[in-house]
Design a binder for this molecule. Structure first.
Ligand SMILES: C[S@@+](CC[C@H](N)C(=O)[O-])C[C@H]1O[C@@H](n2cnc3c(N)ncnc32)[C@H](O)[C@@H]1O
Length: 268
């Protein structure tokens, strides 16, 4: 079996991938993390209410659907048109979660939607239309351009292909609408990589044992706490500030990347 159920520090139940050795939403559990890190921090409901057309959310790494369910919960009774596009290379964690829905609890209000998504790839929940896209997210999909990306693959160590400069550069190119990207990492290398890919990058809200995480955006105004010159100084001194590239191991940032970073959009 590829997954097992675990109890995290808060007492909530979550999934653990035995193959990748990682727990989904550790410490605080699925719903607290999904809501705080992704829904609240990206101001999904407020931003969607300001739009006349559909507000598009990309849920990268559908997994056991905690982030997706947090979106459905947040938009319950809200009059805003929302498209939720969930991406994953496999439905295995969702099928496992569906079998253990009662223990996980958070899926229980949305079982009809979950079953519709599993059987037909699409579901409706109030004003939210939910779509599943199966495939490798390294091949950037052709779904409508998002306004928010809930970026939740496994960590760079376990899932390196989704964290490279090449990948984020390709992702940034398809972001034609003002867009945020929220993620649990606070790693200097991840932030450097996002910034070199053309994102504005900021300190994200705390979650679990992490005092901060990372939020990236296409526009500086979408960030509450953009990274500053003090952070740039820490990058220069860091022994692990190198951008993430295929077949390049961790180390200090190169002179060339540091010049590009300090002269890039983040610090203009
Ligand atoms: C940590 S889990 C996501 C947890 C999920 N967001 C939730 O709320 O339950 C990471 C997910 O990313 C998916 N994934 C990993 N590599 C991928 C890839 N290259 N393309 C698409 N999905 C991928 C995995 O199958 C897994 O379901």
């Amino acid at each position: 079996m590829a997954f097992t159920l675990v109890t995290v520090a808060s007492g909530a139940r979550s999934l653990r991938s035995l193959e990748h050795g990682e727990t989904f939403h550790p410490v605080v559990g699925p719903m607290i993390e999904a809501h705080g890190l992704h829904v609240a921090q990206s101001r999904l409901v407020e931003r969607a209410q300001e739009m006349s057309g559909p507000f598009v959310i990309w849920d990268v790494g559908l997994g056991a659907a905690a982030n997706a369910v947090a979106v459905l919960d947040a938009f319950r009774g809200v009059a805003a048109r929302v498209e939720l596009h969930s991406f994953d290379c496999t439905l295995e964690p969702l099928v496992f979660a569906r079998e253990h829905a009662a223990e996980l609890n958070y899926l229980m209000p949305w079982l009809p939607q979950l079953d519709a998504l599993l059987s037909s790839g699409t579901a409706e929940a109030g004003s939210v239309r939910w779509y599943f896209h199966q495939g490798d997210f390294r091949e950037i999909p052709t779904a409508p351009a998002p306004h928010a990306i809930l970026y939740d693959p496994y960590s760079p160590a376990a899932n390196p292909g989704l964290w490279t400069l090449q990948h984020f550069t390709r992702l940034r190119k398809v972001l034609t609408e003002p867009c945020t990207l929220t993620n649990y990492s606070r790693s200097t290398a991840v932030r450097v990589t996002l910034a070199l890919a053309g994102f504005f990058v900021g300190r994200g809200s705390a979650t679990g044992e992490k005092d901060q995480t990372t939020i990236a955006a296409t526009h500086r105004e979408l960030l509450v706490a953009p990274l500053d010159a003090a952070w740039l100084g820490r990058v220069r001194r860091s022994t692990r500030g190198a951008a993430l590239r295929e077949s390049v191991g961790p180390g200090p940032i190169s002179e060339e990347d540091f010049r590009a970073l300090s002269g890039g959009i983040l610090f203009q």
